[in-house]
Design a protein around this ligand. Structure first.
Ligand SMILES: *[C@@H]1O[C@H](CO)[C@@H](O)[C@H](O)[C@H]1NC(C)=O
Ligand SMILES: *[C@@H]1O[C@H](CO)[C@@H](O)[C@H](O)[C@H]1NC(C)=O
Ligand SMILES: *[C@@H]1O[C@H](CO)[C@@H](O)[C@H](O)[C@H]1NC(C)=O
Ligand SMILES: *[C@@H]1O[C@H](CO)[C@@H](O)[C@H](O)[C@H]1NC(C)=O
Ligand SMILES: *[C@@H]1O[C@H](CO)[C@@H](O)[C@H](O)[C@H]1NC(C)=O
Length: 502
C-alpha cells in the first residue's frame, strides 16, 4: 500500500512541476525591477536645403537585450543647409547652435558626456565638394569644432556617400517596422523572419532607392551586403545625384531657360498660372547639376522672369527630358544607364515623396494608390491656378508653385524611372514617421555606427532564445503527458488488480 502511494505521488509531483513551469514560461513576465535611465544619441542630418537634429533615446535593459531606440526630440534651425554657407565663414557652425543648445536642455546633464553626436551631410555637400572642395572642407571642419565645444561625445562630421545614405534609410525603415527582430508574444526579442521593406528617399539634391534583391549583381557599385543580427541582407542601392526635388526644379528651369534663349521672359509649363518670379541666371546655373544647360558666354548676372502657364502635358514632357531612358549597358536599367533589378515587395517612400503625395490628395481630393490615379491627380494639380492653390492650402503659400513640378518628378521617377507598375505601385506606402520617429537615414546611421543594430545576433538573446523556449515548452509538455499517462496507467492497473482479486 505504501509503495503504491509513492507511485502516485512522484508522477503527480512531476505533473505539478510541469504545469507550474508551463505557466511561468507562457505568461509574459512583467518588468518590475527597473525604472531604467535612458541613454541618448544625437544625429545632425545636414541636408541640402536644411539641417535637422534628432535626439534618440533608449534603455539598456536586460530583458529586451537591447533597448528600443525611440525618437526623443527633433529640432530644425532656421536658414538653409550647411552647404549654403560656402561663402560665409562661421555661419554653418553658428546655424547649429540653436539646436545643440536645445539638446543641452533636452538631455539630462549627467548623460551629456555619454551622448554620442554624429553629423552626416548628404548631397548638398557632395555637390559643394565638387564645385568648391575647399569650401566644403572648411564647413566640415567648422561644424566639427562647434560640436566639440559642447560636452557631448563627438563622433564624426562627414559627407555620407549615396550608398550609405540609401542603406541607412533602408535600415531605419526596417528597424522601425520590426523587420529584423520583433518583440515576441512570450515577452522576448526574436528574429522576425519576414520580408524586408524597400526604401525610397527623395531629398533636396539626390534620391535613393534601396531594396533586398535576389537577382544577380550586374553592376557591383549598386550592391552591398549588410550583416545584421547574424543575417546577411543583399541590397540593391542607388543614389541619383541631381535628382533630388530642389535640384530637379533648378534643372527644369535651366533647360527651359536654355531652350528659350536665357533672356527676358521664360514660360514655365509646370508653374501655375498666376505665378511669376524674377531671378538671376546665377540662381540656376551656379549648381553643378545644370552645367549641361549653361550659356556659352556666361553673364550670370542677367535677370530673367519665369512665368507659369500650368500645362500638364508640356510639363511632363519637359520633366521626362531630364531623364535618359534610351541607353542601357545592362539587362535592365532604371535611367541614365543605371542597372536596376525589378522592384519587388513592399516599399516605404519618405521625405519629399511623402510631401508630394500628401499634397496631391490635399489639393485634388484624389487618394493616389494606383499609377492612373497618380496621373489624374498630377494632371488636376498642374491645371490649378495659383489662386486656386492658395484657397486649397493657404498655409503653404511659399511652396505652392513647386508642387506641380515636384509631383511630375515623382510620377516620372516612380513609374518610368523605377518602373513601378499597377501591381508594385500598390505596395508603396508614403510615410513621414513610423512609431513616433521620423523616417529617414538618420536613425539607421546612428544604429549602425553605435552598434545598436549589431552584425551578429546578440549573445543568444535573440536568435537562440525562441528556440530554447520552444524546447523547454516541449520538454514540459512531454513531462506532463508522460506523468499523466503514468498516473492513468497506474489507476487502470490498480483497478484491474482489484478486479482480479475480486
Ligand atoms: C521592451 O520592449 C517592448 C517592445 O518595444 C517595450 O514595450 C517595453 O517597454 C520594453 N521593456 C523595457 C523594460 O524597456
Ligand atoms: C570630396 O571629394 C573627393 C573626390 O571625390 C573625395 O576624395 C573626398 O573624400 C571628398 N571629401 C569629403 C569630405 O568627403
Ligand atoms: C537677349 O535678348 C536680346 C534682345 O531681346 C538679344 O540682343 C540678346 O542677344 C539676348 N541675349 C542672350 C544671352 O540671348
Ligand atoms: C517644354 O516647355 C516649353 C514651354 O512651355 C515648350 O515650348 C516645349 O515644347 C516643352 N518641351 C517639350 C519636349 O515638350
Ligand atoms: C493598369 O491599370 C490601368 C487602369 O486600371 C489600365 O488601364 C492599364 O492597362 C493597366 N496596365 C497594365 C500594364 O496592366
Amino acid at each position: 500500500m505504501g509503495s503504491r502511494k509513492r507511485h502516485v505521488v512522484i508522477p503527480l509531483t512531476f505533473a505539478l512541476i510541469a504545469v507550474l513551469a508551463l505557466f511561468l514560461l507562457t505568461v509574459p513576465s512583467k518588468d518590475v525591477n527597473e525604472p531604467p535611465g535612458y541613454t541618448y544619441g544625437i544625429v545632425l542630418d545636414a541636408g541640402s536645403s536644411h539641417t535637422t537634429m534628432y535626439v534618440y533615446k533608449w534603455t539598456v535593459d536586460k530583458q529586451n537585450g537591447t533597448g528600443v531606440v525611440t525618437q526623443h526630440s527633433e529640432c530644425s534651425p532656421k536658414g538653409g543647409g550647411i552647404s549654403s554657407y560656402a561663402w560665409q565663414p562661421g555661419e554653418a557652425a553658428r546655424s547649429l547652435e540653436e539646436c545643440l543648445d536645445m539638446a543641452m536642455k533636452d538631455i539630462p546633464r549627467a548623460r551629456h558626456h555619454l551622448t554620442p553626436v554624429y553629423l552626416g551631410a548628404t548631397a548638398g555637400m557632395r555637390l559643394l565638394n565638387i564645385s568648391n572642395p575647399s569650401g566644403s572642407d572648411r564647413i566640415l571642419g567648422e561644424v566639427a569644432e562647434k560640436i566639440r565645444s559642447y560636452p557631448f561625445d563627438f563622433q564624426e562630421a562627414v559627407i555620407l556617400s549615396g550608398q550609405q545614405e540609401g542603406a541607412y534609410g533602408w535600415v531605419t525603415v526596417n528597424y522601425l517596422m520590426e523587420k529584423f527582430i520583433k518583440y515576441g508574444f512570450i515577452g522576448r526579442w526574436q528574429s522576425a523572419n519576414t520580408e524586408t521593406i524597400g526604401a525610397l528617399d527623395l531629398g533636396g539634391a539626390s534620391t535613393q532607392i534601396t531594396f533586398v534583391t535576389r537577382e544577380a549583381a550586374e553592376d557591383p557599385r549598386n550592391h552591398m551586403t549588410l550583416r545584421l543580427y547574424g543575417q546577411d541582407y543583399k541590397l540593391y542601392t542607388h543614389s541619383f545625384l541631381c535628382y533630388g526635388q530642389g535640384q530637379m526644379l533648378i534643372r527644369l528651369t535651366a533647360s527651359l531657360t536654355q531652350f528659350q534663349g536665357y533672356n527676358g521672359t521664360i514660360v514655365h509649363p509646370c508653374y501655375p498660372v498666376g505665378y511669376s518670379v524674377t531671378m538671376k541666371l546665377s540662381d540656376v546655373f551656379d549648381s553643378p547639376c545644370t552645367s549641361a544647360f549653361r550659356p556659352s558666354q556666361p553673364n550670370l548676372d542677367v535677370a530673367v522672369t519665369v512665368v507659369g502657364t500650368g500645362q500638364y502635358e508640356l510639363c511632363l514632357r519637359n520633366v521626362t527630358q531630364l531623364f535618359t531612358f534610351d541607353k542601357c549597358p545592362f539587362s535592365r536599367c532604371s535611367f541614365d544607364g543605371t542597372f536596376q533589378p525589378k522592384v519587388k515587395g513592399e516599399f516605404v517612400a519618405f521625405s519629399a515623396f511623402y510631401h508630394a503625395h500628401r499634397f496631391l490628395q490635399r489639393a485634388t481630393g484624389i487618394k493616389v494608390t494606383t499609377p492612373s490615379q497618380m496621373d489624374t491627380a498630377v494632371r488636376t494639380l498642374c491645371a490649378m491656378s495659383l489662386s486656386e492653390l492658395k484657397s486649397k492650402a493657404p498655409d503653404e503659400i511659399k511652396r505652392l508653385h513647386e508642387y506641380c513640378p515636384s509631383s511630375a518628378v515623382v510620377q516620372i521617377l516612380l513609374l518610368r524611372g523605377y518602373s513601378f507598375d499597377n501591381t508594385s505601385f500598390s505596395q508603396v506606402s508614403f510615410e513621414s514617421t513610423a512609431r513616433g520617429a521620423a523616417v529617414g537615414w538618420a536613425l539607421g546611421y546612428m544604429l549602425i555606427l553605435s552598434n545598436m543594430v549589431p552584425a551578429e545576433s546578440m549573445n543568444l538573446v535573440k536568435a537562440i532564445v525562441p528556440v530554447a523556449w520552444g524546447c523547454l515548452l516541449f520538454l514540459m509538455i512531454a513531462l506532463l503527458v508522460v506523468s499523466l499517462g503514468y498516473l492513468l496507467a497506474q489507476a487502470f492497473c490498480e483497478k484491474k488488480t482489484t478486479d482480479d482479486i475480486l
